[in-house]
Structures are given as C-alpha cells and as structure tokens.
Design a protein around this ligand. Structure first.
Ligand SMILES: *Cc1c(COP(=O)(O)O)cnc(C)c1O
Ligand SMILES: [Zn+2]
Length: 402
C-alpha cells in the first residue's frame, strides 16, 4: 500500500496522504502501489473493490460497496452519431447516479482513517450528493458548501442524506482554495474535486474497461472534463496499468468541455501547458451545469494526459449537447444528463474532422444519469389521445403509418 502522494509534474513526494497540492502548485496523486496485481486477482469482490490492492484503503462497508462495477456496453446504435464503434461505460449505474461515487467511496473513508471527524465538499451537484451519501452510509457528519443561489430541486437531492448544507455568498469558484486551507486548520476534511484519494477511486473505471474488453483494447476513451479530476483518474489508471505491465499501448484520451466555459480546450489549442482562468465575461450559462469550471484545479494534469496519449480536447455547444443527449436516448436507450452527453458530441466533431476512423473502437463515458432532472420541460412530448372503444382503430392507423 502506498504511503505518500506525489506531484505529477515535478515528482516531489509528501508523506501526508491528505495533502492536495504540491509546493509547485500542481495537484498530487498516489503513485502506483508496489504490488504484483494482475487482472485475475480479487475476482470475487464487489464493484470497484476487486482492485482493492491498488487503492489506498481497505474496502469499507455500506454504500461504498455499491460503487463502480458498472457495465461496459457495446452500443452499435450510437456508431453513426460517433463515427466509430462505440462502447458505453455506463457510470449512471452508480449508487448516486454518477462516477463521483468511485471517488467518494475511497476519499470519505480515507479522510476518516486519516483522523477527520467530519467530511465535507464544495459542490451543488453530483459531488455534493455523492459525498453526503457516502458520509451518511458511514454514520459520519458531512458539511456541503453550496452557492447562495441554488435551485430547490438541487438542494433536495443533497438534503435527502441530511448533511449540514451551507449556502455561501460571494465567489463560489474561489472556495476551492478555502476548502484546502480549512481542511488543514480544522478537524474537517473538505474533499475537493481532485483530492488524491478521489483520484484513486476514479482510476478504477479504467481497470474495469480493460478487464471487460480483454483481450481487445480501446483505441480511444472519451469523457467530459471540468475540474480535470476525472480525467486525472483515468490517466492515473492507465499509468498504473502500464507500470504493472498490463498495457502495451496507451489509448488516445479525448476530453470534452462545454463551449460556455472551456479553459482546457483553449490551452490545448494554443499549445499551453496550463489553462488560464476565465473571467466571468468569458463564460456563459450552459445546460451542462455539471461541467464548466472557469479555473480547473487539475487542468494542467488533464492537458498532460491528453498530450501524452496523443488525444485532444474539444468544446461543444449546448445545441450539440442536446443533440447528443437525444441520440443517447433514441439510438442507445440511455438517459444521461447534458454534461454526460458531451463525449458523444465531441466524437461527432472529432470524426468529422478525421481524427477518428470508423473502424476504431472507442469507449465513451456518460458520467451521470439524466433521471435526476427529467420533468423540467426539456423533452418535447407528443401523444395521441383516444377512448377505449376507439383504441383498436387508432392502433391500426399507428401500425399502418410505420
Ligand atoms: C463532476 C462531473 C463531471 C466533471 O468531472 P471533473 O472531474 O470535474 O472534470 C462530468 N460529468 C458529470 C456528470 C459530473 O458530475
Ligand atoms: Zn510539484
């Protein structure tokens, strides 16, 4: 088991496993543990815990056991929209409906083991919901910091687990640094988007993809990026597999951002190694509310992942996201939230520009379920109406119209 965290950029190591950032400013993560893990190990474990020997904690009881272990589904109906052979890694099948549970399952227990009395997070979306659920499952108190203006429906999704919810006035984006500082000075661990133990949990998604596809391997993996935490986890997983000699060739990583707030895409296009924070004037509202971080704390690491794997970062508009969300449902049978539809929208763009060939096998990761937000008038609904006695006639006309 690993006992230090390391900087992806300068290689500096720290014994404090809860430390989030290096003195150089870049985020930290756990290195590949010193084990002789192979895919045949740990086969009888639940979900992501089959990879327990590669994680910094022993598997906890409770809802953490239900995290991960999501299906990888060959989905030929989506090939046309994507322009390649599509596999869907359906992260909506986590206990709170998003991949965040992989990170919370590891990070909440890890924080408690490291001595935190209380855990917390800064999120009014999936991370808030997930952290609250995993804390509740361990009987721990949780404090969720949300922005002052937050729709009631979002509050309810978090509040069902009964954490303390604090509405914070002012610049919500600036809270990341406050969270890191408050965790160092108080007996609370505020688990930010790229806390090292979260990244460890996220990497299990890659192990599952490789184990499911074996002996095949994907040509590319496409996922959304906001803080860059999930992208970091995916890259960490690939590096672990390479370090363990379980991977010959890296797949290309394609990260997809919303055009409404896309600092990582801008940095990629300009050849920069770090994103520049966007000002409020440079960002817009988007339907993809789970992504769109104007100052992504793991942005530099996400960029490094993309460059090292010969991938790309692309941005997609709300209109493209809506189309992809509809294709997911109509051609794939998947109900995904707008942010989770972006990898499909991104593939449409990438294959149109020739970056992906039609015979390539690409894994797309819809990161979160759409079931949390249906019923808000987003889906066009048309129905027929009939009396019982006229039903046979209506049915015949519907069948004839096919
Ligand atoms: C959090 C989230 C993302 C973005 O992940 P980052 O780790 O912040 O890059 C993407 N999709 C969904 C559904 C999310 O909840
Ligand atoms: Zn460093």
């Amino acid at each position: 088991m690993s006992s230090s965290v390391v900087c992806f950029r300068c290689g500096e190591r720290y014994d404090d496993e809860t430390r989030v950032r290096c003195a150089c400013g870049q985020p930290l993560w756990f290195d590949t543990p010193d084990t002789d893990f192979t895919f045949s190990d740990d086969r009888d474990r639940d979900g992501m815990w089959r990879y327990e020997s590669l994680l910094p904690i022993e598997r906890p009881d409770g809802v953490a056991r239900a995290a991960g272990g999501t299906p990888l589904v060959r989905s030929p109906g989506l090939d046309r929209a994507a322009g390649c052979r599509v596999y869907v890694k359906d992260e909506s099948e986590n206990p709170t409906g998003a991949y965040k549970d992989r990170g919370s399952a590891v990070a909440v227990s890890h924080a408690i083991e490291a001595g935190a009395d209380v855990v917390g997070t800064i999120s009014y979306g999936n991370m808030g919901i997930s952290t609250a659920a995993h804390a509740a499952s361990l009987g721990r108190e949780c404090i969720v910091l949300v922005p002052d203006e937050i729709p009631q429906a979002r509050l309810e999704l978090i509040a069902q687990y009964e954490p303390s919810i604090v509405q914070v006035e002012g610049d919500y984006g600036a809270l990341y640094a406050d969270g890191v500082a408050l965790s160092a000075s108080h007996p609370i661990s505020i688990l930010v988007s790229d806390a090292p133990a979260r990244i460890s949990g996220y990497k299990t998604v890659v192990f599952e993809i490789y184990e499911s596809l074996a002996p095949n391997t994907p040509d590319a993996i496409a996922l959304p990026a906001s803080s860059g935490g999930f992208a970091s986890g995916v890259w960490r997983g690939l590096r672990d597999l390479a370090a363990l000699d379980l991977l010959d060739e890296l797949p290309r990583l394609y990260l997809v951002q919303t055009a409404s707030a896309d600092p990582i895409t801008r940095a990629f296009d300009s050849g920069a190694t770090e994103p520049t924070a966007l000002s409020p004037e440079e960002t817009e509202e988007t339907i993809a509310h789970s992504i769109g971080n104007p100052d992504p704390p793991s942005g530099a690491r996400a960029l490094a992942a993309v460059r090292e794997t010969n991938g790309a970062v692309v941005s997609v508009t709300d209109a493209e996201i809506r189309t992809a969300q509809r294709r997911f449902a109509v051609d794939g049978g998947f109900c995904v939230e707008p942010a989770a539809a972006t990898p499909l929208a991104g593939l449409t763009r990438l294959s149109e520009r020739g970056a992906i060939a039609s015979n390539e096998e690409v894994v797309i990761v819809p990161t979160g379920t759409g079931f949390k937000e249906r019923g808000t008038g987003d889906v066009p609904v048309s129905t027929e109406r009939t009396s019982r006695s006229a039903l046979p006639e209506l049915l015949e006309s519907l069948l004839d119209a096919r």
